[in-house]
Design a protein around this ligand. Sequence first.
Ligand code: BTN
Length: 273
Amino acid sequence: MDLQALHHALLAPPAQLGVIADLQAIRPQFHLHLQQTVPSTNTVLWDLIDQGAPVGTAVIAEQQDTGRGQWGRTWQSALGGLYLSLYLEPDKPAIESNTITLASAWGITMALQQLGLPIGIKWPNDLVFNGLKLGGILTETRFNQGKLSQTVIGVGLNWNNPVPESGITLRRVLQHHPIVSLSTLEQLAAIVLYGIIQGYWVWQQKGITDLIERYEQVLVNLGQVVKIDGHLGNVVGVSTTGSLRIRLDSDKLGDEIAEICLKPGEISLGYGM
Ligand code: BTN
């Protein structure tokens, strides 16, 4: 990863960065820190924030020794992948804290779709291609007086790194859907940084209902059949707090059609759908 090449990639025309029409005029200021090997880009970024780093600071590493995934898992972070964290200061009530992850997932997915790649979201925050995991997001937040005050959005995206059987790299996806303006890790980093910002912009400016409507349009789980405590149900959407909405099969519950909401972590939707 080369800093000059990354600065250059960030100056590409917005359409080449997958930026949606509403946002083509924005040019966010990023403060970039490129590193070779770090424990976790999220941890390095929190240290920088504690030392006074401004909003828009981003840490990008070539490898992570102890990359962190959702639910306390390890994120394998070998050379060839994208490991990136961005610092933002949302002005939102604490109850919306789960939705920043949805906003980021939507923004990055949308950017890749705008470029012609059929990428979708597996709830809550996995980027997928053909049912295989392309990347994930780990958001960490701090609160102040009941409001979200600081957030670190950490993105791991498979570019050209080894992946498990349930995963895929973007380089493989590009073999089937080539894109002229996406051939380097620096270009991918620029697309992801702009992608996070566009999701964040929709969340902040248009509001949570608008964001969720857009999110549901790229959600691969809509209609998926799930089993909860022995009852069958269907995924019907996502609530404004980021929970998964499931409509339970009425046959199993008499005449009533019951809908339940599950928080991230309360159900796993699995891979290989
Ligand atoms: C997931 O489990 O799907 C989320 C993975 C998030 C990994 C990224 S890599 C950059 C940032 N630093 C970390 O330690 N984790 C996130």
